[in-house]
Design a protein around this ligand. Structure first.
Ligand code: NAD
Length: 324
């Protein structure tokens, strides 16, 4: 199988590529993996170092909005796994334009190319944030989209665009919507790596609002396995939720991280809440479990401990990104 992975130098994309090439992805073998990535501040060559010498890997430096480059790159691939995106909510609040361009426009460029080249499957990696907040219970995939931030709105738009190519053109589109993801190689602007690297360096932890926002945390290995199952066994037009029952308030999570460093609450600085901040996300994973046989396997406490350890041991990877 010949795969094109967009955003393959980012957090989840690089984990997917490493798993495919290192043989740790149980349901999928790759004969060739092309990474298409424009290496924004969030894309890192070092994240692909463990597989860099694998002859099956080709890295294309390029923008998913570049029609000619995308057309030339998509040719000859069986599957597109589309992860390239602007992904940080705070940045989308400061400036939405790159989110609209990459997440909506870039997805459109890729869909057109997939159609032209009759690519076998287009898997769009999306997020639980497209539904907006839910006070109780969990969202089913049939729930209306009600995104709060420019980031989540751009992802919702991309989802709808992808589904329209399935309905209108018969393109084989599958969507995954994943929960908040954590693990090694995540950019230190995101919550867990930010707090961990701040704790390593003796800095304070900026905690939003009252710290009561609730997130379900999904280990990147579980997220990638869900993507692989959806890629292999998902039905065309299907939407698959990748969520966990590991709900934690940001305050609880902060307490766990402080404890891991024997640090006290004096290290925490409350900061004004993010504008439009969603209180709680939750996904109903019944369909994914039933149809794909997926369930998360990484225990949160163990996954968090291993992630902290990874950041302790891999300063050379994250330190250059702190000022970038
Ligand atoms: P990331 O920010 O770590 O990586 C994004 C990658 O896309 C980077 O390598 C970047 O260089 C690349 N990129 C950005 N703009 C590009 C462009 N115009 N052309 C080509 N490449 C470009 O993101 P991530 O956390 O790995 O997320 C990957 C995908 O998964 C995103 O689509 C995101 O919406 C989705 N997702 C993320 C999470 C999460 O918690 N991280 C949860 C659910 C879904």
């Amino acid at each position: 199988m010949k795969l094109l992975v967009t955003g393959g130098a980012g957090f989840i994309g690089s984990a997917y590529v490493r798993r495919l090439l290192q043989g740790t992805e149980s349901v999928l073998r790759a004969d060739r993996v092309t990474v298409l990535d424009s290496f924004t501040y969030a894309g890192t060559e070092g994240s692909l170092d463990p597989v860099r010498d694998d002859p099956r890997l080709r890295i294309v430096h390029g923008d998913v909005c570049d029609v000619e480059l995308v057309d030339a790159t998509v040719a000859g691939h069986d599957v597109i796994v589309h992860l390239a995106a602007e992904s940080h909510v705070d940045r989308s609040i400061a400036s939405a334009a790159p989110f609209i361009s990459t997440n909506v426009g870039g997805t459109g460029v890729l869909l057109d190319a997939a159609l032209r080249h009759r690519t076998g499957r287009f898997l769009h990696v999306s997020t639980d944030e497209v539904y907006g907040a839910i006070d109780q219970g969990s969202w089913a995939a049939s729930a209306p989209l009600n995104p709060s931030s420019p980031y989540s709105a751009s992802k919702a738009a991309a989802d709808l665009l992808a589904l329209s190519y399935h309905r209108t053109h018969g393109l084989d589109v599958v969507i995954t919507r994943g929960a908040n993801t954590y693990g090694p190689y995540q950019h230190p602007e995101k919550l867990i790596p930010r707090f961990v690297t701040n704790l390593i360096d003796g800095h304070t932890l900026p905690l939003y609002g009252d710290g009561g926002d609730i997130r379900n945390w999904l280990h990147v290995d579980d997220h990638c396995h869900g993507i692989a199952l959806a890629q292999c066994n998902g039905r065309a037009g299907g939407i698959y939720h990748l969520g966990t029952g590991t709900a934690r308030t940001n305050r609880d999570l902060t307490g766990l991280l402080l404890a891991a460093f024997d640090a006290g609450w004096e290290r925490v600085t409350p900061v004004a809440d993010r504008k439009g901040h969603d209180r709680r996300y939750a996904l109903d994973t019944t369909t994914t479990q039933r149809d794909l046989g997926w369930k998360p396997t990484v225990d949160f406490d163990q996954g968090l401990a291993a992630t902290i350890e990874w950041y302790r041991e891999n300063r050379a990877w994250w330190e250059p990104l702190i000022t970038a």
